[in-house]
Design a protein around this ligand. Structure first.
Ligand code: DQA
Length: 144
């Protein structure tokens, strides 16, 4: 099984960025965490981070017929990007959405997610553990 793990804008700033909300661990620590979870489960994974909406769309399109599942934290694009929603619909790859913070208990504008319209599961407010939950969810979903 092959999973693509996508992180959107400003997640490369983890550790520095609003640590009270997003924690003190870095993006490279998040990558190690996800890689370790996938290795432990016998899952092949690719990690991709971009601050650019079009680059994320390109990566999703390139995943067609290559990856079995997608874990995505679209970050701020969660709340704005019809293009990312449409890309996920286009490739029809089972997707799990993750947010480090609990977006439902923050500002009103964070409560709406375009990606939730296509995601098989959305996990919020569990920090890095949310990525583990998303990976394990997709493993079960793809191999029932
Ligand atoms: C986020 C929540 C988003 O609202 C925010 O724009 C992010 C990160 C999260 O992981 O909690 O950049 O997706």
């Amino acid at each position: 099984m092959k999973l693509l793990i996508i992180n959107g804008p400003n997640l490369n700033m983890l550790g520095l960025r609003e640590p009270d909300i997003y924690g003190k661990e870095s993006y490279s620590a998040l990558c190690s965490f996800c890689t370790d979870v996938c290795n432990g489960e016998g899952i092949e994974c690719k990690l991709f981070q971009s601050n650019h909406e079009g680059a994320i769309v390109d990566e999703i399109q390139a995943a067609y017929a290559v990856f079995d599942g997608i874990v995505i934290n679209p970050a701020a694009y969660t709340h704005t990007s019809v293009a990312i929603l449409d890309a996920l619909k286009s490739v029809a790859i089972p997707t799990a959405e993750v947010h480090l913070s609990d977006v439902n208990s923050r500002e009103e504008f964070r409560r709406h997610s375009y990606v939730s319209m296509v995601a098989k599961k959305t996990i919020c407010g569990k920090g890095f553990e949310g990525y583990r939950e998303a990976i394990l969810f997709l493993k079960d979903y793809l191999n029932p």
